[in-house]
Design a protein around this ligand. Structure first.
Ligand code: NAP
Ligand code: MG
Length: 493
């Protein structure tokens, strides 16, 4: 009660062509604190006209502005300054991120460190983009040059709001692209706060534009816009499929990161304590709202019963609570919509399998979109809870008989983002590494993510890779230049 008395609703504008503006329609929409269900901000509700304005600014900054003629060193320095701005404002940014997304403050602080590191990494990489000399069989010099793809449209989700913005903006800026970024409707605040530093960090007007709005009214016009050269999207598979279709008419470059149903595989010889820890961390970190969540926990028969018991016992000790309290280990889900979606899967799961822990909202917390860490076991891999991405704190435990059975179940999914395998037998581990069809495979760990290493999926988890040098390649075109060194006519006619 006392907290609502102190709650202030702040009205934000959005950042287009270096200016803070309202939406063309003048409409705004509310942004919530999912732990109190209260409105904490209002942000502009953009439509196609706002998208036009932002794209025109990005187009002009690319075609005529200083960004495409800037040197790689200059772009790198801007990225270092952005990293510094994040580091200096970590406490405030982390607090806002935790309030708006529901994630525990300690996790939000890790996110801010990763945001800064991402800007630094690509600040350094800006000066390492180089072309090739191609050994063509002629008296000629044949080169391949790397050039920025142009205007990038970037559409991101709500689970790691500022980190997903950094994963998109940093490589694009290093490459020399200009950007129009649409944060998720649920979590637009931290990137708007960061935008307050853009000018001081040396970003010219129009180079990065942030438009707030909904997928259908702001995201779709961005994807269809003829002046946008590339779309980078992270989100659901359903929307990813629509994006590919919408982008086809203008043959945009598209990269997609679409989540998954990642297997976390435990062989009987794995260290038992580390295994239980790894199973819980893999699926419950960030309330389970993680694209690479280890949501299918495959356990070898000899340890299966003991494993389910130990996991359930420890899951019941996970501390749920307000995101801003430092001992909170799990906050609320991001929104009413996500809460309803996850709870509907709890009901489906109760029909499909047995319940070892959770299964409802915590009884001791009155409001907020909290869901108890939930473990279903004796799950068949054909069950909906084993096939569909739930994106919440819901684990499905599936027993397996032997190595071949484990690999078969692991690969029996339409997704292929990540997987983990736990064993002390290196032969078994490496056979699994080779046989599992996924873009990221961890051995005796799950979830560590590094800006230096490639991130992205196989199959319906998407295409293209973020992070590392792979991430910057997705914002570059390759130009062939052939320089003839024969001064005589070719004499063909
Ligand atoms: P979503 O709809 O795919 O949202 C992702 C982003 O795409 C948001 O910015 C969204 O805008 C935008 N978008 C939605 N429809 C669009 C369209 N027609 N054209 C262009 N952009 C569009 O995901 P969600 O509704 O937030 O969550 C639904 C499910 O998606 C979750 O339960 C989870 O399974 C999955 N998900 C996966 C990831 C991941 O990292 N792979 C992240 C988030 C969610 P709005 O904000 O207006 O929706
Ligand atoms: Mg949506």
């Amino acid at each position: 009660m006392s907290s609502s008395a102190t709650t202030q609703t702040q009205t934000y504008q959005m950042y287009v062509n270096g200016e803070w503006i309202a939406s063309n329609s003048g409409k705004t929409f509310p942004v919530y604190d999912p732990s109190t269900e209260e409105v904490i901000a209002e942000v502009p509700d953009s439509n196609a006209k706002d998208v036009d304005r932002a794209v025109a600014a990005a187009r002009d900054a690319f075609d005529n502005g200083p960004w495409s003629s800037s040197t790689a060193q200059e772009r790198g320095r801007v990225l270092f300054k952005l990293a510094e701005a994040v580091r200096q404002n970590t406490a405030a940014l982390a607090e806002l991120e935790a309030r708006n997304s529901g994630k525990p403050i300690v996790e939000a602080e890790y996110d801010m460190a990763d945001v800064a590191t991402c800007f630094e990494y690509y600040g350094g990489l800006a000066t390492k983009i180089s072309g090739h000399v191609n050994p063509v069989p002629d008296n000629a010099l044949n080169l391949s040059l790397k050039e920025p793809v142009g205007v990038a449209g970037q559409i991101i989700p709500w689970n790691y709001p500022l980190l997903m913005a950094a994963w998109k903006l940093a490589p694009a800026l290093a490459a020399g692209c200009t950007c129009v970024l649409k944060p998720a409707e649920q979590t637009p605040l931290t990137v708007l706060e960061l935008a307050k530093h853009f000018e001081a960090c040396g970003l010219p007007n129009g180079v990065v534009n942030i438009i707030t709005g909904f997928g259908e009214s702001a995201g779709a016009p961005l994807v269809q816009h003829p002046d946008v050269n590339k779309i980078a999207f992270t989100g659901s598979a359903a929307v990813g499929k629509q994006i590919v279709k919408m982008a086809a008419d203008t043959v945009k470059r598209v990269t997609l990161e679409l989540g998954g149903k990642s297997p976390n595989i435990f062989f009987a010889d794995a260290d038992f304590e580390a295994a239980i820890d790894g199973a819980l961390f893999g699926v419950f970190i960030n309330q389970g709202e993680v694209c690479s969540a280890g949501s299918r926990i495959l356990v070898e028969r000899p340890i299966y019963n003991k494993f389910v018991e130990a996991m359930a016992a420890k899951a019941k000790t996970i501390k749920l609570g307000p995101p801003l309290e430092r001992d909170t280990k799990m906050g609320p889900l991001v929104s009413r919509e996500q809460y309803d979606r996850v709870r509907s899967y709890l009901e489906i799961g109760k029909q499909e399998a047995k319940l070892a822990a959770g299964g409802d909202r915590p009884q001791d917390i009155e409001r907020g979109y909290y869901v108890s860490p939930t473990i279903f076991y004796d799950v068949d891999n054909s069950a909906r809870i084993a096939r569909e991405e739930i994106f919440g704190p819901v684990a499905t435990v599936i027993p397996f008989e032997d190595e071949a059975d484990a690999i078969k179940i692991a690969n029996d999914t339409s997704y292929g983002l990540a997987a983990a395998v736990w064993t002390r037998d290196i032969f078994k581990a490496f056979r699994a590494v080779k046989k599992i069809r996924a873009g990221i495979i961890w051995v005796n760990h799950m979830q560590p993510t590094y800006v230096e290493a490639p991130w992205g999926g196989y199959k319906q988890s998407g295409f293209g890779r973020e992070l590392g040098p792979w991430g910057i390649e997705e914002y570059l075109e390759t130009k062939q230049v052939h320089i003839n060194l024969n001064e005589q006519p070719i004499g063909w006619y």
